[in-house]
Design a protein around this ligand. Structure first.
Ligand code: NI
Ligand code: MN
Length: 225
């Protein structure tokens, strides 16, 4: 039994008896986030790119728990220089963890560290856990790599940014859902800042027309995957 919790923005917590995985843990600086890291098992931290609304509390949480931060080489090395436990990776490799597999995939965006250094390429990730494939898109525009992801990796669930301005908007997220062939979409990266306002109910209606499920999660809400 694996649970997926939406923390807020693009931050998620995935937990089962083997693991507690944080993705893009933007928590303490997001007043809308709902997650008390103190009471949680944290075995792994995954960061899609270096922007503050994704890197978030990764470094302090890694220092506190010892959980490794898996991220692109440049970003992971920067985290290591801050004292974190880091696992530098690159896109394409199928990485093995105690809880399953992880693959970093392309995202079309930018990526820099909080002090303005190059943080490697931005990414999305596909987690294989408990028989499911969860695709967290990171920050990205609609892009044709998603067709490859659909054809080759066949994810079940897509955690998709819909806020526009910095990422896909709702219409592009619908196309991304079709291209990746997912059965379920969980919208993210919206309504955190004025620039990323979006109504997820519109996404839900548009996906319904394509027979794709849309789960709109409130910060702090948990679903089984
Ligand atoms: Ni970003
Ligand atoms: Mn972002």
């Amino acid at each position: 039994m694996t649970n997926l919790t939406f923390i807020g923005h693009s931050a998620f917590y995935i937990e089962n008896p083997q693991c507690g995985i944080l993705i893009d843990p933007f928590i303490s600086q997001n007043p809308l986030a709902k997650f008390d890291a103190a009471g949680k098992k944290i075995t792994d931290i995954i960061v899609t790119h270096g922007h503050g609304d994704h890197l978030g509390d990764a470094v302090p949480l890694s220092k506190k728990t010892g959980a490794p931060i898996s991220a692109m080489v440049e970003l992971a090395n920067w985290c290591a220089a801050q004292g974190a436990n880091a696992n530098p990776v690159q896109m394409g490799g199928l990485l093995s963890y105690s809880w399953g597999k992880l693959r970093f995939v392309p995202a079309f965006h930018s990526s820099s560290t909080p002090d303005g250094k190059y943080a490697g390429m931005p990414t999305g990730v596909i987690l294989e856990i408990d028989g499911k494939k969860i695709y967290h898109c990171g920050d990205t525009c609609l892009n044709s790599e998603m067709k490859v992801i659909g054809e080759v990796y066949k994810p079940d669930i897509m955690l998709a940014p819909i806020g526009s301005h910095y990422t896909m908007d709702i219409d592009d997220a619908v196309i991304a859902a079709e291209w990746t062939g997912v059965k379920t979409v969980v919208p993210m990266h919206y309504n955190t800042f004025p620039q990323v306002k979006a109504n997820p109910e519109i996404l839900k209606d548009k996906l319904k027309n394509k027979d794709i499920e849309c789960l709109i999660l409130k910060p702090g809400e948990t679903i089984p995957v």
